[in-house]
Each structure stands twice: as C-alpha cells, then as structure tokens.
Design a protein around this ligand. Sequence first.
Ligand SMILES: CC(C)(COP(=O)(O)OP(=O)(O)OC[C@H]1O[C@@H](n2cnc3c(N)ncnc32)[C@H](O)[C@@H]1OP(=O)(O)O)[C@@H](O)C(=O)NCCC(=O)NCCS
Length: 166
Amino acid sequence: MILRPERAQDAAAIGALTEAAFSGQPYSDRTEHLIVDRLRRARVLSLSLVAEDDGALVGHIAFSPVALSGGEKDWYGLGPVSVIPGRQGEGIGGALIRRGLEDLRGLGAAGCIVVGNPALYRKFGFVSQQALLLSDVPAEYFLVQAFTGPVPAGAAEFHPGFYRDV
Ligand SMILES: CC(C)(COP(=O)(O)OP(=O)(O)OC[C@H]1O[C@@H](n2cnc3c(N)ncnc32)[C@H](O)[C@@H]1OP(=O)(O)O)[C@@H](O)C(=O)NCCC(=O)NCCS
C-alpha cells in the first residue's frame, strides 16, 4: 500500500470511497463526499492524500484552511478521512492521519483542528480543550493539535466549502 497526494483522475474514486466509508455510520449525513468536491472546486484542498493498494484507492484524507477569530495564521482542519468499509481497522486511516499531520507540519502549519470521535483522534496528538471552540459542536468532539505554541483562545471556523458551494 502506498500513500500519495491525489491526482486529477482520482476525484471520482475519492468521492465514491468517501461515500462508501460513511454510509451506515449513525453520525453521517451522507454528504461527506460532497465536502471533498466543494473544497477541491474552491481550490482549498491544502492536502489531499490517498491510500492506494494494488492500483485501487482504499482510503483518503483531506485538510483545508480554517479561520480563527484571533486571526492566527496557518491553521488547518482535518477531514473528511475515509477508509473503504472492507478495509477499516487495518491501520490505513491511522497511516493517513499520521502522514497528513506530518505533511501539514512540512507546509508550515501552526496547528490542526478536527471534529470527531475523541477516542480516535487522541491517538494522533489531538486534545479536547476549552480555549478554542467551534460553534454548535460540543467541546468533547472538537479536538485541537497545536504544532507551535499554545492553543489559541477564541472561535474556529472550517472553510465555508465544508457546508455549501462557495
Ligand atoms: C475512522 C476511519 C477513517 C479510521 O480508519 P481505519 O483504517 O479504520 O483505522 P485504523 O485501523 O488505522 O485505526 C487507527 C487507530 O484508531 C482506532 N480507531 C479506528 N476507528 C476508530 C473509531 N471509530 N473510534 C475509536 N477508535 C478508532 C483503532 O483502534 C486504532 O487504534 P490503535 O492503533 O491503538 O489500535 C475509518 O474507520 C472510516 O473510514 N470510518 C468511517 C468514516 C469515518 O467515521 N470517518 C471519520 C469521521 S470523524
């Protein structure tokens, strides 16, 4: 299995695997694959990595810029991250998250935010905290990882492409 940046011809397969990964998840609204397309169209997919096994895409992770109310620069949001249903639990998602965070640091990122299962993301250095908040998301499910310095206080916002066409 290799991890590599997405290529133009991967877009449809990334959409399909993202849709498949989230289908059947109780917390999914079945629109996660559209997020990736909107971020790509808005040219804010700062990092988009795929896991390829034997020529087929089995996993994907996206990162995009986020806005912090204090104006701090170089913060990113993780997500969506997806592994096809038949291959979950084999370490592919973890490998994508680790490589993604490493590459993000290489881009000069100051930190990263994520919404999701705290038990999953704590394994990769994210922490639940009270300083930085995300509207409408319980603090427990909003996790942060500062690469340099402390976690900024204030409000964070994912790129508008997460929620609508921009
Ligand atoms: C979440 C997802 C990307 C994880 O990828 P994966 O390949 O299944 O995960 P891995 O096998 O790499 O597991 C990495 C670690 O996280 C843990 N983990 C995986 N999924 C988890 C979950 N849903 N909750 C808690 N821990 C989880 C594993 O136990 C493992 O821990 P370990 O290294 O201590 O054993 C994948 O299961 C998936 O696509 N799920 C459906 C879509 C989804 O929920 N995406 C994330 C939304 S926040």
